[in-house]
Design a protein around this ligand. Structure first.
Ligand code: DGY
Length: 322
């Protein structure tokens, strides 16, 4: 008998087909997010739950009685929406999808960086609004990337991929903060310098790009005080998780022009985006597009398939995080 599994959102069709062949699969044809009550019920009825970042799985949705679920195969590399302690207590294995979204997420970080520095969102809005009065030497002047310093917070796979693009593609100097020492060929090739504190990176960077995990440990890692350490003309790029930044403090800093701008792909309470951010021209706002390419979304799905297949064949799941 095939293990019953539930997929909480629509996945790429090719992956849904493979899941349906290998497992007794319940799909979400309407793509309507499950309620906490439905998620709770899923733990009693399915051997595996396949959630994603839009599903919140705090301890309160894990039932107290004996759960049927043995595996949570997350569609995504970030798993701060899942309470790992609650999973561990119930003996549930959790997996993610690392590696396959590195390049596309780094591309979105670069896209935000370029867009906010060169004011392309603002320019397009002006043009489409029929307000462009023609070329002139003082029109919509932005900031050059070449020769500037990019500070990376979190020099993991995605941080390195963003740094590589910025250094080799845009001639930027790379400095970074990472909790553990990073000294490998990639970092040496970019002549990137690891600095001892986040403050060191913030004070010396023209652009700061966040690439650390979300969750309790990094909640408001970039708070009002740290935003205050950034250069006055500095830009903050966030493709990591919304809760890594104190969003209200960031909005204050943007309104007061304490920093020059921000490029955001993630928000504190997605999909809610505060009106104050929407009103600002010096921010570029994207709807969490980091991994949103055909190639990457299929690869993420296939990673989950590999994890499920290994787990239910009694082999170690390759991407076990808990
Ligand atoms: C992830 O995988 O964590 C992404 O944020 C989802 O695209």
């Amino acid at each position: 008998m095939q293990p019953p599994i539930i997929v909480t959102r629509r996945w790429p069709a090719v992956v849904e087909r493979i899941l349906a062949e290998r497992f007794d699969t319940t799909l979400n044809a309407g793509d309507i997010p499950l309620t906490p009550t439905q998620l709770k019920a899923a733990f009693l009825n399915f051997d595996a739950i396949l959630p994603t970042v839009s599903d919140k799985l705090p301890a309160s949705v894990f039932p107290d009685e004996d759960v049927r679920t043995k595996l949570i195969a997350n569609f995504g590399v970030g798993f701060s929406h899942i309470d790992l302690e609650a999973s561990r207590q119930r003996g549930i294995v959790v997996t993610n999808t690392p590696g396959v979204l590195t390049d596309c997420t780094a591309d979105i970080a670069m896209s935000l960086l370029l867009s906010v520095a060169r004011r392309t969102g603002e320019g397009e809005r002006q043009l489409r609004g029929g307000e462009w009065a023609g070329w002139c030497p003082t029109h919509m002047i932005g900031t050059r990337l070449s020769g500037k310093t990019l500070g990376i917070i979190g020099m993991g796979r995605i941080g390195k991929a963003a740094a590589k693009r910025a250094h080799f593609g845009f001639d930027m100097k790379i400095i970074f903060f990472n909790r553990s020492q990073v000294d490998d060929d990639q970092v040496r090739a970019m002549e990137a310098s690891q600095l001892p504190t986040i403050e060191d990176v913030l004070t010396q960077s023209d652009f700061v790009s966040l690439h650390c995990p979300g969750g309790a440990e990094n909640r408001h890692l970039i708070d009002a005080k740290r935003i205050g350490e950034m250069k006055r003309g500095g830009f903050l790029i966030n493709t990591a998780r919304g809760d890594v930044v104190d969003q209200d403090a960031l909005i204050d800093a943007l309104e007061n022009r304490t920093i020059a701008g921000a490029g955001l792909d993630v928000f504190a309470e997605e999909p809610f985006v505060p009106e104050r951010l929407m009103r600002m021209e010096n921010v570029v706002l994207l709807p969490h597009l980091g991994s949103a390419t055909e190639e990457t979304r299929v690869a993420m799905g296939m990673k989950a398939v590999e994890n499920l297949t290994a787990f239910f064949e009694g082999r170690p799941a390759p991407d076990k995080v808990a």
